[in-house]
Design a protein around this ligand. Structure first.
Ligand code: SF4
Length: 168
């Protein structure tokens, strides 16, 4: 199994979500969210398509990479900053570095907030990303589904009903 940017994002939100996802327990809601995300990309940045390339590195797809300025663009429909967004882009920067592209940076755009967040990956950050990858591999290989996180953080998760139905 390849560790992907999506898995890195899930790992930073909820390890249980990560485990359920890799074990192919899918909820309908998921596909709706993916469709919404795609629509947002198309609506927010239709004119940018030409500058960017979709690239795949070690099985991970980066949707918007500007090879001229070496910038990864990630667009989030969220109305708040999340550490998981930064971690995901740091992982992409790690993949670029691993594949010989030095000095790339990331830019996360939040159309709803009308704000951007710059992301970098220093040499000293590399062991941190590698520890995420190792931990994800450990979780994925485990037969044990991790426990739930705080319910207040679960509202937008597609597994909400799955995890909390008996308490609703
Ligand atoms: S509902 Fe909450 S505990 Fe369950 S997978 Fe989603 S984020 Fe994790």
């Amino acid at each position: 199994m390849n560790v992907t940017g999506s898995l890195i994002g899930m790992y930073h939100i909820c390890k249980r979500e990560l485990w359920l996802h890799v074990n192919h327990i899918r909820m309908e809601h998921n596909s709706e969210l993916v469709a919404q995300g795609k629509q947002l990309h198309e609506q927010a940045y239709p004119q940018r398509a030409e500058r960017y390339r979709e690239i795949t590195l070690d099985g991970s797809k980066i949707d918007f990479y500007d090879p001229y300025d070496k910038v990864i663009h990630e667009i989030k429909k969220s109305d708040k900053f999340e550490h998981s967004h930064i971690a995901q882009v740091q992982f992409y920067l790690y993949l670029l570095r691993k594949n010989g592209v030095e000095g790339a940076t990331g830019l996360i755009e939040y159309p709803k907030l009308r704000q951007t967040e710059r992301v970098q990956l220093e040499e000293a950050d590399v062991p941190m990303v590698e520890s995420w990858i190792r931990d994800i591999e450990r979780i994925v290989e485990s037969e044990q589904c991790p426990g739930r996180i705080e319910k207040s953080k679960c509202r937008s998760c597609s597994y909400f009903d799955f995890c909390w139905i008996e308490e609703e």
